[in-house]
Design a protein around this ligand. Structure first.
Ligand code: SAM
Ligand code: SF4
Length: 464
């Protein structure tokens, strides 16, 4: 039985007063927080509020510089890529920001297992190895058994050189029994966003079962109880003041860490985008520069938590965000159910929301290479059982470079062999050479070199 009350996790008055007390901080206080952040042990709510409290450009530049450094120290050059996969847009909720709200008269679609196989084949032929499944909430149309069957179909759909090795899931808040079924079928991360941690705003924008703030907030506790220990949290920026949301995300992360010995595996930072039939007043809209500040501050506050950015953001914003703290990004995304077979982009009309980065996976990869970063399709940790606390044990002492770098190199090499355009292949091989030299452990470096040779000869799925 879960005895936690949502007030134990999000104490609104406390968060608001911390923000109030730390507005326009003195530069000495601000710089003291940056110094503390360099220890890479995370920040308190008060320290984070000091960073949130400034709009001074000179201080913000210092913040960005520290974030870049921490991102580089911990995650290095790698950027893990995935695609969202919309399986059903049936939904009983009426969320004011989402095109799948129940009042929208669109023809609803839910994929059958054959259609799932077809879509997955397309995604695999692009080169994707990781998917994030998206479902509307609809107990009759999208029961947990349908979700589980769909996941099994995805794992069993293989092409000559393609397979999905990690399925992350974004379904509505549900019961421990349902989460147990997700655990049994072998999902990667279970993601669920609080959307807004501000109770009154939450109540105003949600109607239907999702309107229950506590059901949403305590879902991660139920998932933990069911044995899921790679969990993702997030806020939909634009619904309420971004400073409050960042502090609340941190409070939620600290609560999970304290209660279960492991914080969230990832934090997502979506911003509201235009969506079909959605006409929402956004007095708290977060700008692109606000988003970059949010990402930099979270990088300092929870340095070992992965951070995810989607194609809601433009190429230019994503480029900056990748350096400031993002560790996972979607690419080539479609937000329409079954939309990967379409040549045209219908995200704005039949999708959940419009996207801003319309490039193909290969073009996104080319952009990442031009930034000097390493695209990765790694799924090793979850398959080796390095989840939850076990993952944090390797992440915290900095071992990540002896694992993530080689695994990033090996999975990217597969992409270059099987899917890359000529230009990407040329640039990609150079990046692999560069980062192979930088693997700290000599034995692992030699093993990686040997595994690369095997991949060139046709071997696949080699990892540490
Ligand atoms: N239906 C489930 C739920 O609501 O939890 C699964 C997730 S939903 C398919 C994925 C996420 O899309 C939502 O949690 C929300 O944050 C985001 N979203 C919805 N409408 C959006 C919009 N107009 N712009 C950007 N993101 C949006
Ligand atoms: Fe349904 Fe999720 Fe969209 Fe809300 S955000 S309307 S629950 S799909």
């Amino acid at each position: 039985m879960n005895k936690t009350s949502s007030q134990d996790i999000i104490n609104e008055d406390k968060l608001l007063s911390i923000l109030e007390n730390n507005q326009d901080p003195h530069s000495d206080a601000f710089e003291a927080v940056l110094k503390k952040a360099q220890l890479k042990k995370g920040l308190s709510l008060e320290e984070t509020a000091i960073l949130l409290g400034t709009s001074d450009q000179i201080l913000l530049e210092k913040l960005f510089k520290t974030a870049r450094q921490i991102k580089n120290d911990i995650y290095g050059e790698r950027l893990v890529l995935f695609a969202p996969f919309y399986i059903s847009d049936y939904c009983v909720n009426d969320c004011d920001y989402c095109a799948f709200h129940v009042r929208n008269k669109i023809i609803r679609k839910k994929l059958n297992q054959q259609e799932i196989r077809e879509q997955v084949t397309i995604l695999e032929n692009m080169g994707h190895k990781r998917l994030l499944l998206e479902f509307g909430e609809h107990p009759a149309e999208n029961p947990i058994d349908y979700v589980v069957e769909s996941i099994k179909t995805i794992y069993n759909t293989k092409t000559d050189s393609g397979e999905i090795r990690r399925v992350n899931v974004n379904i509505a808040a549900t019961s421990v029994e349902d989460y147990r079924k997700l655990k049994e079928v072998g999902i990667g991360t279970y993601q669920l966003f609080q959307e807004t941690y501000h109770r009154e705003t939450y109540k105003n924008v949600h109607h239907g079962p999702k309107a229950d703030y506590n059901r949403q907030l305590l879902a991660h506790d139920r998932a933990f109880t069911a044995g899921l220990d790679d969990l993702g949290i997030g806020a939909l920026f634009g619904l309420y003041d971004y400073k409050f949301e960042v502090l609340a995300l941190l409070a939620h992360a600290q609560y999970l860490d304290k209660t279960y010995g492991v914080g969230p595996h990832t934090i997502s930072v979506p911003r509201i985008q235009p969506a079909n039939t959605v006409d929402l007043d956004l007095p708290h809209e977060a700008s692109e520069s606000d988003l970059l500040k949010i990402i930099a501050i979270l990088r300092l506050a929870v340095p070992y938590t992965g951070m995810i950015l989607s194609t809601r953001e433009s190429e230019a914003t994503r480029k900056q965000a990748f350096e400031l703290g993002i560790s996972q990004a979607s690419a080539g995304s479609v937000t329409t159910t079954g939309g990967y077979s379409d040549k045209e982009d219908h995200n704005a009309t039949t999708g959940q929301f419009s996207t801003a980065d319309h490039r193909s996976l290969d073009k996104v990869i080319l952009g990442i290479l031009n930034q000097g970063l390493l695209p990765s399709f790694c799924t090793a940790c979850y398959r080796k059982g390095r989840t939850g606390e076990a993952f944090m044990d390797i992440a915290k002492p900095g071992e990540i470079h002896n694992l993530c770098r080689p695994n990033g190199i090996l999975t990217f090499k597969e992409y270059l062999e099987d899917f890359a355009s000529a230009e990407t292949k040329l640039k990609g091989e150079l990046i692999i050479k560069k980062f192979l030299r930088q693997i700290p452990n000599e034995n692992i470096k030699n093993e990686t070199t040997a595994k690369l040779a095997h991949i060139s000869k046709g071997k696949r799925d080699l990892y540490f």
